[in-house]
Design a protein around this ligand. Structure first.
Ligand code: DGL
Length: 282
């Protein structure tokens, strides 16, 4: 079993939120606005981002390192604020690694809460998912939605250019219009009955204005932060033992595997406020 930095495995601690880079900040922001009382540690593996084009094995290996690190920071609960990691690593970590690391801690993802919501919102029962190539290839959205709503038809479109646009500050540029329109047109050509489009990558809310511009009227665009936050709140209500283990100072610690000053200036854009970060090794 892991011990935390202070050596007490069961003391109270922050909620850990992990992403390959900046995308998980869109999840942190929503979770924090719903539950500002808790402490949080945000970890961005910026040195090795993006994950979306990497193999299953590497995404799993990197995600396990991140989860282990967040446990060592004292987090009783870790949210994978990354669809790619949720699609490729979550199940294995829950089933194989948690029993070895610490059965009392929990790791949750972002796909299930989004799948739960889409079945309530779609009228046509035709849903689109835009995501990284890794998430689309894993077919995790199809599988999760089919478990809950077998009547819903799910069509995916990989958008390999969207994360680089966000990570390189190009999300508001004319170049972004080209790539956003191209991927959305392809998705809607595959299934014109789609009435809900899941933004299945936590970076994509930064492209929301562009996405809205190219989506026909009546099609709902679904960024997932709000659903993940609401689902976490319900989870904590259902699991008071876990809730009691969360520390409540309202603090956020930002950690990155890349240069802290670069992270700080980019993360400030995502969070809409100044961010101070520290560099860590996984
Ligand atoms: N933000 C991550 C996601 O939700 C992916 C970004 C990446 O490719 O690293 O899928």
């Amino acid at each position: 079993m892991l011990s935390t930095k202070t050596g007490f495995p069961n003391e109270s601690g922050p909620i850990g939120i992990f992403d390959s880079g900046y995308g998980g900040l869109t999840i942190l922001r929503q979770i924090r606005s719903l539950m500002p009382q808790y402490d949080y540690v945000y970890l961005g593996d910026n040195a090795r981002a993006p994950y979306g084009t990497r193999s299953f094995e590497l995404v799993y290996e990197f995600t396990l390192q991140a989860v282990t690190h967040l446990f060592q920071q004292g987090c009783p609960l870790v949210i994978l604020g990354c669809n790619t990691a949720s699609a490729k690593a979550l199940r294995t970590i829950q089933q194989k690694d948690l029993p070895l690391l610490d059965m009392t801690r929990r790791v949750l993802g972002v796909i299930r809460p989004t799948a739960e919501r889409v079945g309530i919102l779609t009228q046509t029962r035709h849903v689109g998912v835009v995501a990284t190539p890794g998430t689309i290839k894993s077919h995790t959205y199809e599988l999760e939605i089919a478990k809950l709503y077998p009547d819903v038809v799910v069509t995916g479109e990989a958008c390999p250019m969207w994360v680089p646009l966000v990570e390189n500050y190009e999300y508001d540029s004319p170049g972004a219009d080209y790539f956003v329109k191209k991927s959305l047109d392809r998705l809607l050509e595959k299934d014109s009955l789609i009435d809900c489009i899941i933004l299945g990558c936590t970076h994509y809310p930064l492209l929301l204005n562009k996405i809205q511009k190219y989506v026909p009227q009546g099609v709902r665009v679904m960024p997932q932060g709000e659903y993940v936050a609401a689902s976490l709140k319900c989870y904590l209500e259902r699991h008071p033992d876990m809730e009691r283990r969360l520390s409540t100072g309202g603090q956020v610690l930002y950690q990155t595997t890349e240069q802290a000053d670069v992270f700080q200036s980019n993360a400030s854009v995502f969070m809409g406020q100044d961010v101070s970060a520290q560099r860590v090794n996984l």
